[in-house]
Design a protein around this ligand. Structure first.
Ligand SMILES: [Mg+2]
Length: 124
């Protein structure tokens, strides 16, 4: 297994690695936009399922437990895999998309009215 960190690894490198993995398996044919969106939702549900029926203190403890922490990391990786695959195959630049959405969020949630508040932008 390769070892690297978020600081060292560009998103594009991960997208290329996933694309190569899929090319070797001839999986492009299965990865239309709908299937990848379903995969993204399914993997997100698998992350939620790890915490299902657990009390808040039990959920917090999961991050301190090696086995539980690895399960959480695995599901986050599955979510990233689907996200990167979706964006790679359907030509959406994630860095541009995130920065563009952050600019929109800056307008929706100005610090002057949002600091310390959990209200949604349209909840007055
Ligand atoms: Mg999974």
């Amino acid at each position: 297994m390769e070892t690297t960190t978020d600081k060292e690894t560009p998103i594009g490198a991960l997208k290329e690695k996933i694309a190569h993995f899929c090319e070797l398996r001839d999986w492009d044919q299965f990865h239309d936009m709908k299937e990848l969106a379903i995969g993204l939702a399914t993997e997100s549900a698998e992350l939620l399922d790890l915490m299902r029926f657990k009390r808040p203190e039990q959920v917090a403890e999961m991050l301190e437990n090696t086995v539980a922490r690895e399960k959480i990391a695995d599901e986050l990786a599955d979510i990233c895999w689907m996200l990167f695959r979706f964006s790679q195959l359907h030509r959406i630049d994630l860095s541009q998309a995130v920065l563009s959405k952050m600019a929109k969020n800056e307008l929706k949630y100005p610090v002057s009215t949002s600091k310390g508040s959990n209200r949604k932008y349209n909840e007055g």
